[in-house]
Design a protein around this ligand. Sequence first.
Ligand code: ATP
Length: 235
Amino acid sequence: MLELRGINTYYGKIHALRDVSLSVQEGEIIALIGSNGAGKTTTLMSVSGIIPPSSGEILFKGRAIHDSSPEAIVRLGIAHVPEGRRIFPFLTVMENLSLGAFLRKDRQNIKKDLDTVFDLFPILKNRKDQPGGNLSGGEQQMLAISRAFMARPGLLLLDEPSLGLAPLVIKQIFEIITELNTTKGTTLLLVEQNANLALKTAHRAYVIENGCITLTGKGRELLVHDDVRKAYLGL
Ligand code: ATP
């Protein structure tokens, strides 16, 4: 579904991604793990066109998107939930969710997907008329993921969904991520510092260090890999 081939991305003189290649097959959850500043967020931003790569190719369903605008990439079916869950704080929960579905043409299915969101996150139903900014951090993350889901993207990019949240909320969010994948067929590329959770959730994973992919394998295999255990799992 998604293929990055030899991506190089710069911020001025900072060479943030060095020859990054990775792939995501339809139906997979792929995790990208690494420490602070390794290049995880930049990888997602390169895919969604926010920070276009200076060389290399990005293919989505076989079509080159590395020169496309973020708007065009969204229209092709890639939704990005950025780090820090940027919802619209002055709009209600319902309005945030409706905006997620703004580009959809299959209006008749929107109500069904809204019911799905409210089934997955009953708290959002209870709060549907409240401004998004009144929600707790965890609820805002639920709203950010749900808003992206309402676009019914082919590919969902999730940046650090666990950041700043309590362990119980993180557990709930990861259960929903798995459910979106298994029951709703959503393909996910997930960036996480919580390597343990990410590797348990993902089918496959990539490790990124200083802008380079250094390791890849099945999530469960990397969980027991010596280098990963030492560097990312504190074992
Ligand atoms: P974190 O987990 O801390 O968010 P990350 O793995 O997502 O880290 P990136 O945010 O992609 O890492 O950063 C990769 C490199 O690019 C780092 O060296 C970072 O300092 C640099 N960088 C990121 N954003 C910018 C920016 N807007 N301007 C300049 N340099 C940047």
